[in-house]
Design a protein around this ligand. Structure first.
Ligand code: SF4
Ligand code: FES
Length: 378
């Protein structure tokens, strides 16, 4: 393991005091009925036997609330794969957290959704893989997924949950983005999150099938801008652009260790959902140390706080407190160094190489998907 700072510092050597985390992602399981080729869960999934029981989650939710967390995103995998999901949700609500259920909609019946309503789910976020049955089923690797999702969306509306649609876009569905936005409106969503596939983790295996072209990235940007104007006051559109074709990287997580934290099914606490892709970084576990100590004092959370860790060109860049040097996991995937300037930044020495590879992937003759499936016994 490389040396990590025990304390984050700025470029003048002053210690950086961490702010309060607003949100926590609670990955209650990595089990999932879908097999999306861009799955953002870690390459090494947590087995069912290692998942924390509801009592541990209840304690972690109380610690999170005491630390300043306001909302918890109960996610997976597919959280519905846990039979004790309602108990987990109830303990999050009892801790005073706003509960957002992030789901594929597969495997949760109407009766169960009502039970989750009683338990304290405040908001539902439903993923969409496409806007037609054939497209949605092929991309998710789950025959029949479309029909199940549409039925689920109907129950969400009947019960009266506020709804967000999460649409992951890539080369094989980006041209249908206007239809996805229309569908979200039809389903009564108050918000749609349009997220271009991020190419670290599993999606990296499917780059040649998923990388959008530069033209598609421009098209998506225009569609989002137009829809934001048209739907103002009715539906919010959050957008994660195709940053391989951008000039600046995204401010991933709003800055490492600044606003959110993730707890994996076994209690491992991560500064972002993909942080386990940084091979030399060691992460602490909420079953062994308090969430507050991990947030404030752990080496993993302090590794990229402040600006002292930054290399050039970030160190002398005026955007270093705007995008925080980009995404650490993307730097790991593309530069082989989590400390590097995110190579999608036009000022990175690797930028030209990254763009050339993205153009090459985007021009590839469409290949089939390598689907994400948990190995037997998972
Ligand atoms: Fe952001 Fe670093 Fe690029 Fe500046 S050089 S825009 S801080 S990634
Ligand atoms: Fe880990 Fe961006 S996904 S910092």
């Amino acid at each position: 393991m490389k040396d990590l700072p025990a304390e984050a510092r700025d470029l003048d050597g002053h210690p950086v005091t961490p702010g309060l985390p607003m949100a926590m992602l609670a990955e209650v399981t990595h089990r999932c009925p879908l097999a999306c080729p861009y799955c953002s869960n870690p390459v090494e999934l947590t087995r069912a036997a290692a998942e924390m029981p509801p009592e541990d989650w209840a304690r972690i939710f109380r610690e999170a609330a005491a630390l300043g967390v306001l909302q918890v995103h109960v996610s997976g995998g597919e959280p519905g794969a846990r039979r004790d999901l309602a108990q987990i949700v109830a303990s999050a609500r009892a801790a005073g957290l706003y509960v957002n259920l992030i789901t594929s909609g597969i495997g949760i019946t109407r009766a169960r959704l009502e039970e989750l309503d009683q338990a304290g789910v405040d908001h539902v976020q439903l993923s969409l893989q496409g806007i037609r049955p054939d497209m949605a089923d092929r991309i998710s690797g789950h025959p029949g997924s479309w029909g199940k999702k549409m039925a689920f969306a109907g129950w969400v509306a009947e019960i009266g949950f506020p709804l967000t649609i999460n649409a992951v876009v890539h080369r094989q569905n980006m041209e249908r983005l206007p239809d996805m936005i229309d569908l979200a409106e039809t389903l009564g969503a108050r918000r749609i999150e349009v997220a271009t596939v991020q190419f670290h983790g599993w999606a990296d295996l499917n780059r040649a099938a998923l990388m959008p072209t530069r033209e598609q990235a421009g098209f998506a940007r225009r569609v989002v801008n137009d829809a934001r104007i048209r739907l103002r006051g009715r539906m919010v559109i959050d957008y994660v652009p195709a940053d391989h074709h951008a000039i600046h990287p995204k401010a991933c997580m709003g800055g490492w260790g600044s606003t959110g934290l993730n707890v994996a099914p076994d209690g491992t606490v991560l500064p972002c959902h993909a942080a386990a892709s940084i091979p030399w970084m060691r992460f602490e576990n909420a079953r062994e140390r308090s969430l507050g100590d991990i947030w404030r004092l752990s080496n993993s959370f302090n590794a990229f706080r402040g600006t002292a860790w930054m290399p050039e060109p970030c160190r002398s860049c005026e955007r270093k407190t705007v995008d925080f040097g980009g995404c650490r996991c993307q730097a790991m995937a593309l530069a082989g160094d989590a400390r590097a300037t995110d190579p999608v930044c036009s000022r990175s020495p690797l930028h030209a190489q990254v763009v050339a590879r993205a153009e090459e992937d985007a021009a590839a003759v469409e290949t089939g998907f390598t689907y994400r499936r948990m190995k037997k016994g998972g």
